[in-house]
Ligand binder design. Structure first.
Ligand code: XUL
Ligand code: CO
Length: 434
């Protein structure tokens, strides 16, 4: 039985008027010697594709999911796997990501939930080997169940903490079983609603201990992919400890976790944190810590995590400039952590939505590569710092200068000449390529 009313989506080029085709994403086309699909490493998010019924805080779900009987049965969960792989095959997406509770139901005790996971993981394994699709990362849902209302690894209740540990242990083992390339922690409830009832220091110490246990267990079972932390400032918690890339890096350094973790940066989380995506990617990449990307976008008018599909070519260009500058993604990818609008409720809308995201990133890739090959942007930035290449600047960079040296230089050279930042010229330069 097929549920998506289309054949495998083909590249037809920019002139095509067929909505069910790629205009720019041509998987095998080489950009700077590497195929588009290897640059972009697109992933499908199981939770949005298979489990998001498109409900919002004001209304029920609208999604038409004829394959789903709405039950918590393992049979229903296994049936979804075939539908998900039909979706991956038709879009040509070769990676995917899941939460434990997306792929299998949480049943009334931990061992029943574990058994349900084992059954679905066996099915996923079979489909992976049949299709060559790979698991980009797995994660445990430590935020939906009421037991996690006060947090999981930052819960004030040690028995909740232990339950979360058992859940992550199992999710990590399932990730390993499926040859997953990474494992993500997104701490939706690892934060607080009010400081009145919160001991922040103890909660952060507990969170770090939890991550160290994850690292130890990974070693034990031979999982060697990176762990990712996915920063987000708020929603659902009022304040989340992993609020942005800089906060995560500080935490990882403080607790000696830098060697085992990287960051998974999501566009809508960056903007909720009051940053641009470009900023969050740059902070991560410059620390050598950019691991993976959750590709979506927010809405300028709605101030929540709307998880829209990334169709903005300018934004995709900025993302791909950072990715190309750092030499490309290795274990990570571009995971469409994005959902359709509530009004786009038919299965085929899932295909349209992903085509849009893939085409936008294909354009972003081509444009970013052209900007880099042109070289004017990089040359401008290099020259802007040219005064640090020799003389007093070189002495500053090599740590040879004292304040006395700076004072001597300032007295001798007088008032510096102000150079232009040329922001508008550079914005025009980028637009030349878009
Ligand atoms: C929530 C979010 C999550 C993580 C995985 O905002 O982005 O779906 O990506 O838990
Ligand atoms: Co995400």
């Amino acid at each position: 039985m097929q549920y998506f009313d289309c054949d495998k989506i083909q590249f037809e080029g920019p002139g095509s008027k067929n909505a069910l085709s790629f205009k720019h994403y041509n998987p095998e086309e080489l950009i700077d010697g590497k195929s588009m699909k290897d640059h972009l490493r697109f992933a499908g998010a199981y939770w949005h594709v298979m489990r998001n019924d498109l409900s919002d805080p004001f209304g029920a779900g609208t999604a038409n999911m004829p394959w789903d009987d709405g039950s918590d049965s393992v049979d229903n969960a296994i049936k979804r796997v075939d539908v998900f792989f039909e979706f991956l095959e038709k879009t040509g997406i070769e990676y995917y990501c899941w939460h434990d509770r997306d792929i299998a139901p949480e049943l009334n005790d931990l061992s029943a939930s574990h058994a349900a996971l084992d059954a679905v993981v066996a099915k996923l394994k079979e489909k992976q080997s049949e299709t060559g699709v790979k698991l980009l990362w797995g994660t445990a849902c430590l935020f939906s169940h009421p037991r996690y209302a006060h947090g999981a690894a930052t819960s004030p209740d040690a028995s909740v903490y232990a339950y979360a540990g058992a859940q992550v242990k199992k999710a990590l083992e399932c990730t390993k079983e499926l040859d997953g390339l990474g494992y993500t922690f997104w701490g939706g409830r690892e934060g607080y609603a009010t400081l009145l009832n919160t001991n922040m220091k103890r909660e952060l110490d507990h969170l770090a201990a939890f991550f160290h246990m994850a690292v130890d267990h990974a070693k034990k079972i031979g999982f060697d992919g990176p762990f990712y932390i996915e920063p987000k400032p708020r929603e659902p918690s009022t304040h989340q400890y992993d609020s942005d890339a800089a906060a995560c890096l500080n935490f990882l350094r403080q607790y000696d976790l830098m060697d085992h973790f990287k960051l998974n940066i999501e566009t809508n989380h960056a903007t909720l944190a009051g940053h641009t995506m470009e900023h969050e990617l740059t902070v991560s990449a410059e620390a050598g810590m950019l691991g993976s990307i959750d590709a979506n976008r927010g809405d300028t008018l709605v101030g929540w995590d709307t998880d829209q599909f990334p169709t903005d070519i300018y934004l995709a260009t900025q993302v791909m400039l950072v990715v190309l500058d750092m030499g490309g993604l290795t274990t990570g990818g571009l995971n469409f952590d994005a959902k359709r609008r509530r009004e786009s409720h038919e299965p085929i809308d899932l295909i349209h939505a992903h085509i849009g995201g893939m085409d936008a990133f294909a354009r972003g890739l081509k444009i970013a590569s052209a900007i880099r090959n042109d070289g004017r942007l990089a040359k401008f930035v290099d020259e802007r710092y040219g005064s640090f290449n020799s003389g007093i600047g070189a002495d500053i960079e090599s740590g040879k200068c004292s304040f006395e040296d700076l004072e001597k230089f300032a007295f001798a050279n007088g008032e510096p000449t102000l150079a232009s930042g040329r922001q508008e010229m550079l914005e025009n330069l980028i637009n030349e390529f878009i």
